[in-house]
Design a protein around this ligand. Sequence first.
Ligand code: ADP
Length: 610
Amino acid sequence: MTLSDKPRVLIVDDEPMNVELLQAYLQTDYEILSALDGQEALGIVYAENPDIVLLDVMMPGLNGYQVCDQIKSSEKTRFIPVVLVTALSGREDRLKGMEAGADDFLTKPVDRLELKMRVKSLLRIKDLQDNMIKERDQAQNYLDVVAVMMLVLDEDNTIKLINKRGLEILGYEEEEVLGKNLFEHLIPDECCSEMEAHLLDTLDHDGDEINYYESPILTKQKEQRIVSWYSKPITDDNGRVTGILCSGQDITKRKKAEEKLKEQTGAMEASVDGMCIMDRNGVYTYVNHAHASIFGYDDPAELIGKSWELLYDEHEKERFIDEILPEFYSKGEWKGELLGRKKDGNSFFQEVSITALDHGMVSVVRDVSERKEVEAKLNQYASELKSSNELKDLFTDILSHDLLNPAGIIKGFTDMLLHDESDESKLHKLHLIDNNASRLIEMIESAAKFARLEDIDKLEFKPMDLNGIIRNVVEELQPQLMAKDILLDMRLDDPHPAVLNPLVDGVFVNFISNAIKYGPSNSAVSIDIMDAGDEWKVSVTDSGEGIPEKDKELIFDRFSRLTEKKKAVKGSGLGLAIAKRIVELHGGRIGVEDNPAGKGSVFWATVKKA
Ligand code: ADP
C-alpha cells in the first residue's frame, strides 16, 4: 500500500489553509499528500495512487466534480475513494457529485471526528475492495495457468469468460469469443442438440454435482478437437442459476491414442500367436488370450502383474541371463527357441521373439512342440534310412564281389570238369551244378544291378538310334534264338533317333530274352517301333503263355514269379523290375498287353524322341 505502513490521503484544496487544517486533523494516522488545484491533484493520483482523495469542489481550473469524474473513469484509479469536501450542501450539488462518482461528502467547516470516521470507513471499504480485486485477479491467473479450457456461459449460452488455455485450443483472440453464443460459434452443428442436452442436464443437477460429457469443439481453423467437459451451474446468493462454468480438457490426442491402442489390442487379441508386453522388470502388463492358453492359463488376468520367470524353469532362466538378455540388450531384440513351462508344470517347445519397447518389451510366443515332434520323427526316420542305405550298400557290395567271385570259381571249375568228364551220370550232375551256378551268377548280377539302379535318380542322355541298339541286342541273343529255333520278325528300316542312356539296352535284352524263354520253340517273335507323338513305342510280341490279367502289373515288381512252371526257367525275377526302373529313369512308360493276334503277350516301352 505505502512505503510507510500508514494509508495515504491526498488533500486537494486551492486554499492552502484548508489543506493545512485537514492535514493537522489527519497526520497522526495518515501520510498526507496535497495538491492546490485539480490538475496537480490528478498528477498525484496517477503517480502516487493514494488510498483516498479529499477533494474540494470549488477550485479554479478543473473543479472537484471534474477531477472526481476523471479519477472514476480511469480503470486504474476508479477504486480510489473520493470524498467531496464542499461548502455547498444543497441536494443538487450532492447529485452532481454522485454523478461524478463521489463516494462520500463532507461539508465545510469540516468536523474533525466526522472527517476521521469517514476516512476510516472509506479506507476499510477500499481495503475490502482491494482484497476482492486481488482475489479476482488471482482467480483469473489460476484460470489462465490451468491446463484446461474454462468457459463461463450465461443463461443464453453466451460466452462471458474464457481463459488463456481455451483461447490457445481454439486459436481465437479473447474479443473474437467473448459475447458469442457457444453453439453458434464453437460446437459443430450435428453435436449441438446433444451438448445442449448436457448443459440442461447440468442445470438440473444439484450445485455440488459435476456433470461430465465428451463433445467435439470447432477451432478457428474449423478443425474438430474432442473435449471432455465438466460443467457446473453458477448460482447467485438466492440460489438462482445465473450461468454455467464449463471446464474442458482437450482429449483429442488421448482419444486418437486410445483408438489406435484399441485397434492394436484388437489385433493382438485376435492373433493365434501368444503376445505379451512386459515392463522393464519383466512383469506382464498385457497378455493376450493365445499367450495365456499356450501356457495353460484360462485367463490372461492370471499372468498380469506376474514376472516372466513364472513361465520358465531354472535351466531356461540361466540361458536368459547368460545368453539371451546380453544379446537382447545389445541388439534390441532376440529370436529363438525356448522351453516354456505350462501351468501344470509340463514343458513345451516354443519359438519366441522379444523386441524392446520404450518402457519394456513385447514378446511373441508360438507353441512349436508339434513341429518339434515331427522333426524328431523325421530325424529318426532319416537316420534309420541312412543305416538301411548303408546296409543295402553293404549287401550290394557283398553281392557283386564276395558272392560273385566264388560263384564264378564254381562255374569255371564245373566247366573244366564238364569238358574232361565222360561218365554220363557224373556229366548229368555236373550239368546241374553248371546250370545252377549260371543261375546264381545271373541272380547276383541282376540283384546288384537293380540295387545300383535304385540309388540313381538321374541318368545322362544323348541322342542315339534305337535301331542300332536293338540290332546289337538281337545279335547278342542269337545263340538263344537259334537254340529254340525262333524266327525274329524285325523291320527297322527308317532310323529312330531317341534320347537315351546306353543302359536302355537292358530293357530290350529283357523283353527279347523273356520272349525266347517263355515262348514255345519254333515260334516267331516280332519287334516293332511305333511313332507315338513325341515318343517311340518299342514292342516285343511273342506267342507264349501270355500274362494273366491280375499279374500284368505285378510282374514289373521286384521278385515276382508267376507260375509254378517258372521254377524250371532261368531267371531271377528282377529282369522286368530292372527294365521298369531303366524306362522310368528315361522318363518313359512300360507295360504288357495280350497279343492281339492270339496267344502270347506284347511287352512295350516308350522313350523320348531325339
Ligand atoms: P525272370 O524272367 O528272370 O523270371 P522277369 O522279371 O524278366 O524275371 O520276369 C518276371 C516274370 O514274368 C517271369 O518269371 C515270367 O513268369 C513272367 N514273364 C516275363 N516275360 C514273359 C513272357 N514274354 N511271357 C510270359 N511270361 C513272362
